[in-house]
Design a protein around this ligand. Sequence first.
Ligand code: ZN
Length: 493
Amino acid sequence: MIKATSSLHIFNSLSGKKEHFTPIEEKHVGMYVCGPTVYSNVHLGNCRTFMSFDLVYRYLKHLGYTVRYVRNITDAGHLEHDADEGEDRISKKARLEQIEPMEVVQRYTVDFHQTMAAFNTLPPNIEPTATGHIIEQIEIVKSILDAGFAYEVNGSVYFDVQKFNESNAYGELSGRKIEDMIHNTRVLSGQSEKKAPQDFALWKKAEPQHIMRWPSPWGDGFPGWHLECTAMSTKYLGEQFDIHGGGMDLKFPHHECEIAQAKAINKKSPVNTWMHANMLTLNGKKMAKSTGNNILPNELFEGSNPILSKPFSPDVTRFFMLQAHYRSVLDLSSDALEAAEKGYNRLINGIKMLEHLPQSNKSSVDIDTHIQSYYDAMNDDFNSPVLIAQLFETLKLIHKVAEGEEYLTGEAIKKLAKTIHSFVYDVLGLTLNVSNNEDNTYIDKALEVLIEMREQARASKDFATSDQIRDALLSKGIQLKDGKEGTSYTLVS
Ligand SMILES: [Zn+2]
């Protein structure tokens, strides 16, 4: 690996700036990412978020860090509405389908894992669940009460935001001011137990019909949604850790509340770098089940959604996602996926050509500048679209070398091949399985037969037949190239 002259910079949502990344413990990174609430099939927008953090995880590993990546499963406590109201999402699904809540959890956890595997995202090192950490959550509620930042009402415990704000800055992550929050939130209804609308539940009393319940010092109940991430990140990564990620929509209130909870008990900021991945829109509009502007990963792979012209493989979808920076909004459409598929195929074919390039005694190009550009792109806040653009620059070079316009030594070709493989497979996480539901090994074999027939025709000076084979293939978009090592092919569009 060549030594990168640039160093990793990450955009920190907390400071609003790109910052030089220095882990707390040298060579080690602790990273926590908010995982899914497993009450329905995983949303394609969520898949984008998890792919973004998969890219972060992969690149940190590529740089030689030992990463402890924790991504939780929310299997209790996430209510329908942000203001601590409505039913628990998992309980509701269980009630509607007349099954156990844990059957709901199991079904959608399996779906989540299968989808993540299809997209070739690496599993986290620890995948803790909210229900597996009830004791830890109760302990945190006790500590926040002891510190004087929470109050108990009728078996529920709420975080006192105003009290916290007297000695801390509530809203530092989302940039919201508590005065505006008080101004903009609706007046509490008469039934509310909270002192102020911006207070949030740490522990909620379970009504008799609530099936997901645990005993606590305040009676039977269940934890508030924000609490689990504080409990699990502290348990596995410590009171202060390097990176906390999640979707943009979690910045407020979820992550703001996580900061408040942790600061209330530890008196320090829990996370050095906050990262937020932007959303995925569909045909220019926000994805929502309620409006029907929605698509599931499986519909994409099968081509079974009416907005699609054809199926798209998980690999092409991943390539499509990585062509946008994780902090930009990305719009998915059939046309955009088709364009990504073309680019993806060009990339595969270019990488294949690397193996067959002619070798020279000298190089006419310094490949280290190409390699350096990959590191520069990724060191600049994981800029995968720039990395992909740089890889396409290298593909141009590969074509020029194949055509004899530029030349490279065997050693340079080997080094380039090794680096490209590492960036494409290990960092971008592309499997380079053939897209378009074709199997290239059969195409390779069929082309080998045709190439051999053409060789035989040429050997017996039957140039009419050899040209006919070459031209017929070219008319179908397959170009034969004759080199020292024999004949190879590329796809031309
Ligand atoms: Zn979370």
